[in-house]
Ligand binder design. Structure first.
Ligand code: GDP
Ligand code: MG
Length: 161
């Protein structure tokens, strides 16, 4: 990481996080964003949208043959989602840990899923599961121009140069 205030040649690791329709309907967006903010990650992209089935089939391309896929499409298109890109050291793995396992029944208290959800088909939030997955998903959901390179004033207090 070599910081350059003017041109930002290097960008730290990024991941895609989404508040799913149940999380939006339940007004959990603020609490979920707060967790990633207070950990020290930097928000570099954010939007709310109604997801199309087409986008979803690309996002979940590895799951289209699963028996629950139809259910998943109905769930994910049932209302708006809030999708975000977060940046910071080790952000993919750290946010996965903060989100908790896919099945909320196995999620510890203190994780988003462990605190806010009960069932795998209503698990409130999405988080990319690998660096490659994150890159693929970010490109799928965002245009490059909608991701901001900005200097967070207290970055030197939460991350080492
Ligand atoms: P994630 O990365 O932890 O979100 O889990 P996956 O990528 O394996 O699955 C994507 C999403 O599909 C999950 O977050 C759930 O919303 C849903 N899902 C996964 N497994 C099941 C299942 O067995 N039943 C149902 N109904 N939904 C599932
Ligand atoms: Mg996944």
């Amino acid at each position: 990481w070599h910081r350059s205030k003017s041109t930002h040649p290097d960008v730290r690791e990024r991941t895609l996080i989404a508040v799913k329709p149940d999380g939006v309907q339940r007004r959990l967006v603020g609490q979920i964003i707060q967790r990633f903010e207070q950990r020290g990650f930097k928000l570099v992209g954010l939007k709310m949208l109604q997801v199309s089935e087409d986008l979803l089939s690309q996002h979940y391309c590895q799951l289209t043959s699963k028996p629950f896929y139809r259910n998943l499409v109905d769930y994910m298109t049932s209302g708006p989602v809030v999708v975000m890109v977060w940046e910071g050291d080790n952000v993919v793995q750290s946010t996965r840990t903060m989100v908790g396992p896919t099945n909320p029944a196995a999620a510890q208290a203190g994780t988003v899923r462990g605190d806010f959800s009960l069932h795998v088909s209503r698990n409130v939030v999405h988080a990319s599961d690998s660096l490659e997955g994150a890159q693929r998903e970010i490109q799928l959901w965002f245009q490059g121009k909608d991701l901001l390179n900005w200097d967070c004033y207290d970055q030197n207090l939460t991350m080492e140069e």
